[in-house]
Design a protein around this ligand. Structure first.
Ligand code: NAP
Length: 435
């Protein structure tokens, strides 16, 4: 058995490829079923975010398991091998475990240390459990990834500064405003006519950052008005006009800055929609949706300036140096957590022998207890029987404790194998069918 991850991320693929791979909540069950249908795949989990799609699997055999995942990705994306494979990365075993811990810690994120990825890793655990696609090994692996993410945020300074894709999007708007005035600096958004499309988690963060960057009034559009109103109510200091998505054309005509962050699977703004307006000033569109909410063809329409999630790299790069330094603090913590998991996994090698040893001793215990109890006859009360039974169990557990701990302790595999052989020979454990 081996652990493998096959996937792609903002580091290996542009948004136009990533959006074809993204797996929405409605398609997650089909995806699990397709992956589990391959007998190479023993346990599997899916991490689908705006910046990555990663399939983690416990596979019977490395090469065939990885091929099975790639075949799934080809079928799911509709891309051919030449268009997809150059964007994929594959990590095995130690590297796969390390990668997962880095992802959970936010060290592989576009915005270093951003917090949303940890919620997405938690969601990956929940989905795996709900769809019964993960078993004991991945339960342990993913749970440990979540606790690693928490440790990175509580024990290092990486999580400070409330960074997110949304904060980077607001910074990009500030930077582009500055650049449009010939200044390479972040400008206040107070004089901008701002609209936000979508009222989910990312829009909430957008509102937070917009408010902190000088914006005092904005229009919030959503498919469901009620959700926009609920979100607006959490920002009493902001003057938020809530509208249905039907009012989008008004905003496209009148606003100077629009952020889009909906989970729509198809673009909600395209060149056709924009071409009908005669704008006198430039409308800046910043889309953090993946799949994109704004079609690529809008770049051809004069009077609009459009940016997608990959364009956030420009602001991220400006802030990266200081954060890279802090990220170093987290790397040793990540290594420690990955090592802990791999040691736990290696220790499972001892489990079949320990189980047989335990069953052998349990059989002796029961047999000897039975003999002793029958010798005592009816004079022995039920309470006394219980005490003797507990005593016999306690002795077995105490005797087993040290050898079991030693057999499962971190050690080179060859050393553990030698110890297991000795135990098997001394206790005449033989080889069971499950081995
Ligand atoms: P979310 O909390 O689930 O909110 C989804 C939003 O999209 C809601 O406002 C929903 O409207 C709207 N929506 C869903 N389907 C729609 C459709 N067909 N047409 C119009 N509106 C629709 O999602 P989120 O986490 O904020 O993510 C929003 C987008 O940002 C996604 O594309 C995501 O990939 C991207 N993104 C997310 C993260 C992250 O960390 N979560 C980071 C970067 C980018 P209703 O209220 O009417 O349902």
């Amino acid at each position: 058995m081996n652990i493998a991850v096959v996937g792609l991320s903002h580091r290996t693929a542009p948004v136009e490829v990533r959006e074809k791979l993204s797996i929405s909540d409605e398609h997650i069950e089909d995806s699990f079923n397709a992956l589990k249908a391959n007998d190479q795949v023993l346990e599997v989990s899916i991490l689908s975010t705006c910046n990555r799609l990663e399939i983690y699997a416990l596979v019977k055999e490395q090469e065939s398991g990885v091929s099975a995942i790639k075949e799934f990705l080809i079928n799911h994306s509709g891309l051919n091998n030449d268009d997809l494979f150059p964007h994929l990365f594959t990590f095995n075993q130690t590297e796969a475990v390390n990668h997962l811990m880095r992802v959970a810690g936010g060290l592989d994120s576009l915005v270093l240390g951003e917090g949303q990825i940890l919620s997405q890793v938690k969601k990956m655990v929940r989905l795996g459990q709900d769809h019964q696609s993960i078993g004991p090994i991945f339960n342990r692996l993913l749970t440990q990834a979540v606790s690693t993410g928490k440790r990175v945020r509580s024990e290092t300074n990486l999580g400070t500064g409330a960074v997110s894709i949304s904060s980077a999007a607001v910074e990009l708007a500030q930077l582009k405003l500055g650049q449009s005035q010939g200044k390479d600096e972040l400008m206040s958004l107070e004089s901008e006519d701002v609209a936000v499309v979508g009222a989910g988690r990312m829009s909430r963060l957008l509102l937070q950052h917009l408010q902190s960057k000088g914006c005092s009034t904005l229009t919030l559009l959503n498919r469901t008005l009620n959700r926009a109103e609920t979100l607006a109510a959490d920002f009493p200091g902001l003057n938020v006009k809530c509208k249905l998505l039907d009012s989008l054309d008004d905003c496209l005509q009148l606003s100077s800055l629009i952020f889009t962050s909906t989970a729509s699977e198809t673009p909600i703004i395209d060149a056709d929609r924009l071409s009908k307006f005669q704008r006198t000033n430039v409308l800046r569109l910043i889309d953090i949706g993946v799949p994109r909410n704004i079609a690529a063809d809008v770049s051809k329409v004069p009077g609009y300036e459009s940016h997608d999630v990959d364009d956030l790299q420009e602001v991220v790069t400006r802030n990266q140096d200081a954060r890279q330094q802090i990220a170093l603090e987290a790397e040793s913590l990540i290594e420690e957590e990955a090592k802990n998991f791999l040691e736990w996994w290696a220790s499972l090698e001892a489990v079949p022998t320990i189980n047989r040893l335990r069953s052998g001793l349990e059989a002796i215990r029961k047999e000897e207890l039975q003999k002793a109890l029958s010798r005592m006859g009816p004079d022995f009360s039920a309470r006394e029987r219980k005490v003797v039974e507990a005593l016999s169990k306690g002795i077995i557990n105490k005797i087993l404790h040290t050898p079991v701990t030693n057999l499962r302790a971190p050690q080179p595999s060859a050393q553990r194998k030698d110890s297991l052989k000795i135990v098997e020979a001394l206790f005449d454990l033989g080889v069971s069918e499950e081995d």
